[in-house]
Design a protein around this ligand. Structure first.
Ligand code: PLP
Length: 459
């Protein structure tokens, strides 16, 4: 306690937070009124403690990034070791460092197909902006400077910088946009829209194919997609969809960018999300899981063809971030990948998917408002409807997803909602990849109790 002023440390922190710290993706007015919801202070495995000493299950790996869970000493030791040796070294102007080189080799060895080199960034948004620039520059070097447009799809989340933010297909993220990248356009395509080219398909005009035809393939550099959409509501690409989009890109001389910022490094039960459907992208953005969030790092993997075209360029490649190839971040990344392989983390994810699906079946059997349960590895979720069998949505004013998440929170489980789409109430569950069968049972039990409490409340 701060005895001189008679207020506790918690209250002091809350007041300082409200006064000095403008938070990302937070409602400022509500924050100023209520202060921080939780002040995290420590973590262990899938659990985190707040400053009051309360323990919560981290049901979404924070921002789908703390994949090896909290308190992983080996990652901390790798950071400490590298920091005491060489914390930072530039990668500009031909300089290099060992962890960045070793991690590049490792990531390329894990990546599918012809992906053969990495360009480092410090996070997912920078990776996607870099992917857009690499795609455009590739076409420029190929003598097609007009191929500049990037197509993204509905409900996608690609980040917060100008390029990635424009590509994001969730309107709520556009109100803050100011200027946009005018060469980034949207196909009004949901992950289930037609890509077959069948013009009689009712989805045809909303498909990526339609947008390519309308804009002209000579103007398009790339299509970007998440294999599983996270923030937009846990939408898993249906079988065949990604392959159809990749084929469509090939037919039209357009690059395919996979945004693996969430999916990469085991989240979906494969090392990379695209591997669930045997698709090899031309460019692949990674971040988050590359270090399990222990250090800020991202990157863009590129095909051999793109790499070979770029390395022929004999002027300065005028793009780079101070923290591209950060030695400490790369050392953490290397250790993180070593643990993922050593501890068979990807296999665990596949097994836990089955446990989650069992739990979802139980929830569906016991609650008429649980519907569209889905999981690919440990990225999962479900929709809430007033009556699934009669297909009646909840009235938006009930804020069903928020209410259920709040009931989970009261029971010390942190989950996330996605209710950007009119009439949709989606709960997202994506615990760390080290989650056990017992942990899944505990998570499902809490959700079960939370929904029951919510049902009583709205009766
Ligand atoms: N792409 C996807 C699929 C994401 O989920 C995110 C972040 O949530 C990003 C890109 C942006 O990454 P960052 O916040 O590290 O810039």
């Amino acid at each position: 306690a701060n005895l001189s002023q008679g207020i506790s440390k918690v209250d002091e922190l809350k007041e300082l937070d409200k006064k000095y710290y403008l938070h990302p993706t937070t409602v400022p007015k509500a924050f100023i009124e209520n202060g921080p919801k939780i002040i995290f202070s420590e973590g262990n495995g899938i659990r985190v403690k707040d400053i009051n000493g309360d323990t919560y299950i981290d049901g979404v790996s924070m921002l789908w990034n703390v994949n090896l869970g909290h308190g992983q000493k080996e990652l901390a030791d790798a950071a400490r070791k590298q920091m005491t040796k060489l914390a930072y070294g530039s990668s500009f102007y031909g300089y290099s460092n060992e962890p960045a080189v070793r991690l590049a080799e490792k990531v390329v060895s894990l990546a599918p197909g012809h992906l053969s080199a990495i360009y480092y960034t410090s996070g997912g948004s920078e990776s996607n902006d870099t992917a857009f620039k690499l795609a455009r520059f590739y076409w420029h070097l190929k003598g097609k400077p007009n191929k500049k447009k990037i197509i993204s799809i509905s409900n996608s989340y690609h980040g917060a910088t100008i390029g990635a933010g424009t590509a994001t297909g969730i309107d709520a993220f556009h109100s803050f946009a100011g200027s946009k990248d005018s060469d980034v356009i949207h196909a009004k395509a949901h992950l289930t829209n037609c890509e077959s080219g069948d013009k009689s398909d009712p989805n045809y005009e909303k498909s990526i194919r339609y947008t390519i035809e309308k804009e002209g393939s000579d103007a398009i550099a790339a299509v970007i997609m998440e294999p599983v959409q996270g923030a937009g509501g846990i939408h898993i690409a249906p079988d065949g969809y990604l392959k159809a989009v990749k084929n469509l890109c090939e037919e039209n001389n357009i690059l395919f960018i996979a945004d693996e910022v969430i999916c990469g490094f085991g989240r979906t039960g494969k090392m990379f999300g695209v591997e669930n459907w045997d698709v090899v992208p031309d460019l692949m953005s990674v971040a988050k899981g590359i270090t399990s969030g222990y250090s800020q790092l991202g990157g863009v993997l590129m095909s051999e063809e793109i790499r070979n075209t770029l390395v022929e360029y004999d002027q300065i490649l005028g793009h780079g971030f101070t923290y591209s190839g950060h030695p400490t971040a790369c050392a953490v990344g290397l250790k993180n990948l070593e643990i993922i392989e050593r501890d068979h983390i990807v296999e665990n994810v596949k097994n836990m998917e089955q446990e989650l699906k069992k739990g979802f079946k139980y929830l569906e059997e016991n609650h008429v408002n649980v519907t569209k349960t889905r999981a690919l590895g440990l990225i999962s979720g479900f929709d809430l409807q007033q009556d699934r069998d009669a297909d009646i949505p909840f009235d938006q004013s009930i804020r069903a997803a928020q209410e259920v998440a709040e009931e989970c929170y009261k029971r010390k489980l942190i989950l996330r909602t996605a209710d950007f789409e009119e009439g949709k109430n989606i709960i997202a569950i994506a615990p760390p990849l080290i989650t056990t069968k017992e942990d899944i049972e505990e998570i499902i039990n809490i959700i079960d109790e939370a929904i029951t409490a919510f049902e009583k409340k709205i009766k």
